[in-house]
Design a protein around this ligand. Structure first.
Ligand code: BGC
Length: 769
């Protein structure tokens, strides 16, 4: 098994496998995503070139990211017969693959028409060097003399969920290139796609009938001949250029690519990917399945990473389409961010800049969402302004077709703290406080202020409580004293106080200006009091189990299977008002276990194990975010078999297609970057035992028994390290460019690791099973 390649030889002919395959084989370059569909596919097969950070709303439907016209389009026909893999009669063999090392998609299909064979081979990439550029190389071989009809250009028939977002596309030619352009409906933002070919064609007919701009070519082929041509396409929007310049910019990108040629474009793209992998690959020896799934996970994260300076973040379904409104959830800070922080810190910074940039949206939400809320209440589903894209009726009931009232938007208040925790982790990990000064400190203080306004002081109990919330488990809405949420709230306040302390020592003038700007100095004492006296549910003294929220233990005990048997419809949503899970202890995803994972230092192994064993049978894992939390906590308390099982579940979620495609009536079938981040965390933090808590680097490996070697790179405090773990030793090599000597705690032994040296520590004996 080549662990760098994913491949299939089956053809996708039904809707669901086409949709899933589009996710698995997608490419992205942070600017746009191109679903892994075939060159000749159209709207019915969910072709999507999804643009990061450009959203549109049509009427009262959900706002979602804009899909661009497909500049990668090519379709063939011969003797009036269309060649497409969907046609079982003609496509006799098919293979498609993605080479993850180079981020290149390839397809090779053998068609038989009228007794002779035509092979179509294409390879495509979205440039990692020039964000606007996509390149497709097409080769056609025929074993007999024939004339092929080639139709190639820009397909303007766009697959949208809630579109059309580019309703009046104009198709034309410009300077020998094809051009399709138009404007979004809501904000009239211009989008242009330009395509040109480098081809041996002579007999070309241009068709520019909106919405598509196409070249139709009659291509005479001699037996055994291969004809090759290259398509360069560029997508530019008004987010990147002024309205007058959008077309010019796209033309310039395509002209430059054409001048440079295919090899140069591809070389630059591959070189950029080599760099990315050098900083983030994780090697697992002894387990090909785990290796490939983990690489796939890392690949997804790398493809989705925003470009420096874009101020964008990563949506919950990355760039695999318009699913989940292209919105950014807590998924980014809690599940994807750690990967970037430890491998590509500049991308981690970019993710947080997005939250700084959308702070005003969070302030607006606090002002408008509840009685007397202050500070920053971040959007549950955040788009470009930070206003909440989540609706109050976010799920539909498939049996009645009615919308269900959900409280994700107004009660899932842990989102603000998740953001604050990530900003503080960024500072602790990098040692660089510039993000705090660029607005990060302001975000933290405003998030703390939000919890201050949200908490209730209960006179009878003489303590503060966080009431009426949803924790990560969305099946139980409007609960009191959810352990996860209260702990996150308290942590946020502690972080706010620590931020003030740090700035007072290092940047007193900046602190003074910030306190004055927010008029918050008079609230700091109150925050300290809240942190001291905020109730967070504790482990039960005997069992060690933490009650997920007040009253949880009194709910019905049932099994997941029994609950599911009672469904009237397979897509029925189990939460919201009358949901089947609501009166029961069945939870959607890790909640207490997520908390144990986030606040590792506060609990011991007894508590970890007790809660894992209590909550796991009660967890549906109905969210892709769940498995990795269970994997990491199991690794922590030493049950590596449990850890491994959930590691594979999270790492293979997209490859196996083991995910929900509908939540109620809502289509949610995209890719799962949070699970991908969870896979990386499980490998490096779980089995690798890495902790970088701001106090140094710690490595306490817990290698899974089948793994002979686990090797990865880490970035800490701006310096880089290569770590290698085998059953008998750990070695860490400090990059020769490192600026500092670092103390590293390896399996309890503290060693100094100067730049350019390797420290090796033998492990006492092979890791216990
Ligand atoms: C999960 C949330 C998650 C969202 C986006 C939901 O199903 O319950 O925790 O943020 O999906 O991935």
């Amino acid at each position: 098994m080549d662990s760098w390649v994913i491949r299939t030889t089956t053809r996708d002919v039904d809707d669901e496998s086409i949709m899933r395959r589009g996710n698995i084989y997608q490419l992205a370059n942070g600017y746009m995503g191109y679903r892994g569909t075939l060159d000749e596919y159209g709207t019915a097969q969910c072709v999507g070139i999804t643009l990061a950070g450009l959203y549109d709303r049509v009427g009262s439907a959900w706002r979602e990211p804009v899909n661009a016209p497909n500049g990668g389009y090519t379709a063939l026909s011969v003797d009036g017969v269309d060649l497409t893999t969907l046609d079982e009669a003609n496509a006799v063999a098919h293979e498609q693959s993605v080479n993850m090392a180079e981020a290149v998609f390839e397809r090779r299909t053998r068609f038989v028409v009228g007794g002779h064979t035509i092979v179509l081979h294409t390879s495509r990439f979205l440039s990692a060097d020039e964000r606007h550029l996509g390149v497709v190389r097409v080769s056609i071989t025929s074993d007999a003399d024939t004339t092929l009809q080639v139709c190639t250009g820009i397909d303007g028939r766009i697959w949208d969920i809630n579109g059309p977002h580019l309703p009046q596309l104009t198709a034309e030619t410009r300077d020998g290139a094809l051009l399709v352009h138009g404007c979004t409906q809501e904000n009239q933002k211009r989008v242009a796609v330009v395509e040109c070919v480098e081809a041996p064609f002579t007999d070309v007919k241009i068709e520019t009938e909106a919405p598509s701009a196409l070249r139709v070519v009659s291509l005479p082929m001699a037996a055994g001949e291969t004809v090759t041509f290259t398509k360069y396409f560029a997508v530019v929007t008004e987010n990147d250029a002024s309205a007058d310049d959008v077309i010019g910019h796209a033309l310039a990108v395509v002209e430059q690519a054409h001048r440079d040629g295919y090899d140069a474009c591809r070389e630059r793209h591959v070189a950029a990917w080599t760099q990315k992998w050098m900083r983030s690959d994780v090697v697992i020896e002894g387990d090909d399945e785990a290796q490939r799934a983990l690489r796939y996970s890392i690949f997804q994260l790398l493809m989705a990473a925003p470009w420096p300076g874009s101020g964008l973040s990563i949506p919950a379904r990355a760039l695999s389409g318009q699913v989940y409104k292209g919105a950014v959830f807590w998924d980014t800070e809690m599940f994807m961010f750690p990967f970037f922080l430890h491998t590509h810190p500049e991308a981690a910074t970019e993710l947080l800049r997005y939250r700084v940039r959308t702070l005003d949206g969070a302030r607006r939400k606090a002002r408008t969402e509840g009685p007397g809320y202050r500070g920053a209440f971040y959007a549950w589903e955040s788009q470009e302004t930070g206003d909440d894209a989540c609706s109050y009726f976010n799920v539909g009931d498939p049996t009645t077709g009615r919308d269900l009232r959900t409280h994700f938007r107004d009660k899932q208040v842990h989102i603000s703290g998740d953001v604050a925790i990530a900003i503080w982790a960024h500072f602790r990990h990098t040692g660089d406080d510039s993000l705090l000064l660029e607005g990060g400190a302001e975000v933290i203080l405003e998030c703390a202020r939000f919890y201050d306004s949200y908490a209730y002081f209960k006179r009878d109990k003489n303590r503060f409580e966080i009431l009426d919330v949803i924790g990560p488990d969305e099946y139980h809405e409007r609960v009191n004293n959810n352990a996860f949420t209260s702990q996150v709230a308290r942590e946020t306040i502690l972080i706010a106080l620590a931020t003030v302390e740090h700035l007072s020592e290092t940047h007193p003038a900046a602190l003074e200006a910030l306190l004055a700007k927010l008029d918050i100095a008079g609230e700091l004492q109150g925050l300290a009091e809240l942190a001291r006296n905020l109730f967070v549910p504790e482990p039960h003294p005997e069992t060690g189990v933490i009650e997920q929220f007040e009253g949880y233990f009194k709910l019905d005990e049932t099994s997941i299977d029994a609950l599911k048997e009672r469904r009237v419809h397979p897509n029925e949503y189990l939460g919201a008002g009358q949901g089947l899970a609501v009166p029961t202890q069945i939870i959607k995803q890790a909640d207490v276990v997520m908390m144990l994972n986030l606040f590792k230092d506060r609990y011991d192994d007894r508590v970890r194990r007790a809660n894992w064993e209590f909550y796991e049978p009660r967890t549906e894992h109905g969210s892709s975010l769940s498995a990795c939390a269970y994997a990491m906590v199991a690794a922590e308390f030493g049950n590596l078999d449990y850890a491994y099982r959930y590691f594979l579940k999270t790492a293979k979620i997209d490859l196996d297609g083991a995910y929900k495609v509908y939540a109620g009536t809502v289509f949610i079938g995209g890719s799962h970057p949070a699970a991908n981040g969870g896979a990386w965390m499980t490998a490096v933090f779980g089995f690798g035992g890495v902790r970088t808590d701001g106090e140094g680097l710690h490595i306490r490996p817990r290698l899974y028994r089948e793994w002979q070697r686990l090797a990865f790179s880490l970035c800490y405090r701006g310096d880089r390290f290569a770590v290698e773990i085998t059953p008998t030793l750990v070695s860490i090599t400090a990059d020769s460019d490192n600026a500092r000597f670092h103390e590293v705690d390896i399996a309890g032994q503290v060693r100094t690791c100067p730049p350019g040296t390797t420290v090796t520590v033998p492990l006492p004996e092979p890791q216990p099973l």
